[in-house]
Design a protein around this ligand. Structure first.
Ligand code: PEP
Ligand code: MG
Length: 325
């Protein structure tokens, strides 16, 4: 298997009928970038930066972050890296921020919602990303966005930080791409308005499933309900991908769903621009995609969206898989 898959490492993600889907890596540290690219990543679709803030006694400063992003850029060799700003809170506590425990952390004070209180921390991160963008293609992505207000607020802060850097004569990519995670269901209904403000979206299927189905992603008691093959979830995905493309913007997916081989035909059917996953899954995913026909995948997705139960969708996928081999 290793030998067979190694040939796919070098290739672009592409279906049998020639539809390109960028296959990207999720990373949490700069040192993971090089192995990810060696494993065939065409880009980094999600750099989860919160790990850089965890398991320490104070936040990293601007230079430390800048060096980390530069290290990732060096490994990327001109391939793009989507840096997600900190998604702290929820399941990712950071002691030195002294955020009080909450009864409902996943519905509470996390990600973009804490940036106003910790504005210096957020600005420091934006400064470090912008400064590193002078050396290679970085993109900025904001987690847990639920409204246009939040996008506008972040854009104001970003504009301020850019102005500071210009004054200090520190170079950065003036055309840096700016996007959001699509992981709160409210965004699905305001894609048109978001498209006026941002360059791209990445679907966070872990949280989007959690929030759409109102089911804790970490609670073993409710795993039956936490299933991304639910027809309601598939219809949501189809709707958002269509809407984003109708407005001429780019949309990827970076949740764990991207690495599930059995679900891949549905993701291909959606017409996503990119799928980002943990690096070890990349060669096998490229190999599977190369065998898929995008039109058959689209038909499969249409059937799946008309199923009434998750089990029916699962059977459909199993049948499709059998017909493929
Ligand atoms: C997601 O929610 O799918 C996602 C990629 O973000 P995280 O798992 O870091 O919340
Ligand atoms: Mg998330």
């Amino acid at each position: 298997v290793a030998v067979r898959q190694s040939q796919f490492r070098e290739q672009q993600g592409q279906t049998a009928d020639g539809i390109k889907i960028e296959i990207a890596a999720n990373i949490a540290h700069a040192i993971e970038a090089k192995p990810a690219f060696n494993n065939g990543a065409e880009s980094v679709g999600l750099f989860r930066t919160e790990m850089l803030y965890m398991d320490r006694t104070s936040a990293p400063d601007e230079d430390e972050l800048y060096n980390i992003f530069c290290q990732a850029i060096e490994a990327a060799n001109d391939k793009p890296i989507i840096v997600r700003t900190i998604d702290i809170g929820g399941d990712k506590p950071v002691d030195y921020l002294k955020i009080p425990a909450e009864n409902n952390p996943f519905l509470g004070y996390r990600a973009v919602r804490i940036y106003e209180e910790f504005i210096e921390l957020f600005k420091t991160q934006l400064r470090s990303i912008l400064r590193a963008s002078a050396h290679g293609p970085l993109k900025i992505m904001i987690p847990m966005i639920s409204s246009v207000e939040e996008i506008l607020w972040v854009k104001d802060v970003l504009a301020e930080v850019r102005q500071e850097l210009r004054k200090e004569k520190l170079p950065f990519d003036e055309k840096i791409s700016f996007g959001i995670m699509l992981e709160v269901p409210s965004i699905a209904f305001i894609i048109d308005q978001c498209c006026e403000e941002i360059d791209f979206f990445s679907i966070g299927s872990n949280d989007l499933t959690q929030y759409l189905m109102a089911v804790d992603r970490d609670n073993a008691k409710v795993t039956k309900t936490y299933n991304s093959l639910n027809p309601a979830f598939l219809r949501t995905l189809d709707h958002v991908v269509r809407e984003v493309h109708r407005h001429g913007k780019w949309i990827g997916l970076c949740g764990e769903l991207g690495a599930k081989g059995s679900v891949l035909p549905l993701l291909v059917g959606l017409g996503l621009d990119e799928i980002s996953m943990s690096a070890p899954s990349i060669p096998a995913t490229k190999e599977r995609i190369a065998k898929l026909d995008s039109r058959q995948c689209r038909q499969l997705l249409n059937k799946a969206m008309n199923c009434r139960t998750t089990l029916e969708v699962e059977h459909l996928l199993a049948q499709f898989r059998m017909e493929q081999t």
